[in-house]
Ligand binder design. Structure first.
Ligand SMILES: CC(C)(COP(=O)(O)OP(=O)(O)OC[C@H]1O[C@@H](n2cnc3c(N)ncnc32)[C@H](O)[C@@H]1OP(=O)(O)O)[C@@H](O)C(=O)NCCC(=O)NCCS
Length: 178
C-alpha cells in the first residue's frame, strides 16, 4: 500500500514492510536521543504492526518513520513509540504529517487518543506533540509514568506520559493550517 505523497509534496508515506528492517534501524541510529533497537525488533514492527506504523521516503531513501501500537484492550488509543525524521528532512512538517497520516488511516475503531512518553529535555519532541494537540484541537495532559530509576543501570531520563485527546475522527491529513 502506498499512501501517496506527504502534504509537503517531496516525500511519500506508506506502512513499513519486511524489507525495511535494516533501513529503519539505520534511520533511528541517525536520530539520537532515540533508543536504538535491533534489526529484529524493526522486522517485528513491520510484520505485526504495519497498521500503526508509517514511513516517509523519497528517491534517496528513508526520511522518517513513526512506530506505534494500540495498547492491549484500549482500541481507542494510539501509543506512539518512536518518531524519527532524518536530520536532512527536519523542520518542514514531516514529523507532524506522519502522525496525522497514521491517525487519518481508515480503521474499524479510529483512535480518539494519542499517547507517548517524552523526556523532559526533548524540546523537539515536546514541540511536535504540542503542535499535534493543537492541530487536533484536543487537550494535552502530562503525568508521571516511567521514573529514571525504572531504567536500572542505564543512564536514562524519566519518561513521563503525554496524553492527547479526546478528539473526533476524521483528523486532518496535513499539519499545515488550511
Ligand atoms: C522530533 C522530530 C521527529 C521532529 O521532526 P520534524 O519533521 O522536524 O518536525 P516538524 O517539522 O513536523 O515540526 C512540527 C512541530 O514540532 C515542533 N518542533 C520540531 N522541531 C523542533 C525543535 N527542534 N525545537 C522545538 N520545537 C520543534 C514545532 O512546534 C513544529 O511546528 P512549527 O514548525 O510549525 O513550529 C525530529 O526532530 C527528530 O527526529 N528528532 C530526533 C528523534 C526524537 O527526539 N524523536 C522524538 C522522540 S519519540
Amino acid at each position: 500500500m502506498n499512501e501517496g505523497p506527504a502534504p509537503d509534496g517531496t516525500a511519500r508515506l506508506r506502512p513499513p514492510a519486511r524489507a525495511d528492517g535494516p533501513a529503519l534501524r539505520d534511520l533511528v541510529a541517525r536520530c539520537p536521543p532515540l533508543d536504538l533497537n535491533s534489526v529484529y525488533l524493526y522486522l517485528l514492527l513491520a510484520e505485526h504492526f504495519p497498521d500503526t506504523c508509517i514511513l516517509a521516503e523519497d528517491e534517496s531513501g528513508l526520511l522518517g518513520m513513526v512506530s506505534g501500537y494500540r495498547p492491549p484492550g484500549r482500541d481507542d488509543t494510539l501509543f506512539v513509540w518512536q518518531v524519527a525524521v532524518d536530520p536532512r528532512a527536519r523542520g518542514r512538517g514531516l514529523g507532524l504529517d506522519m502522525l496525522l497520516g497514521l491517525l487519518s488511516r481508515r480503521a474499524p475503531n479510529p483512535a480518539r487518543w494519542v499517547e507517548t512518553t517524552v523526556g523532559p529535555g526533548n524540546r523537539a519532541s515536546r514541540g511536535l506533540f504540542s503542535r499535534l494537540a493543537a492541530r487536533l484541537g484536543a487537550p494535552l495532559d502530562e503525568t508521571a509514568l516511567f521514573d529514571a530509576a525504572l531504567f536500572g543501570a542505564d543512564a536514562h531520563e524519566a519518561e513521563p506520559l503525554l496524553r492527547i485527546g479526546p478528539f473526533t475522527p476524521p483528523v486532518p491529513e496535513s499539519g499545515r493550517i488550511p
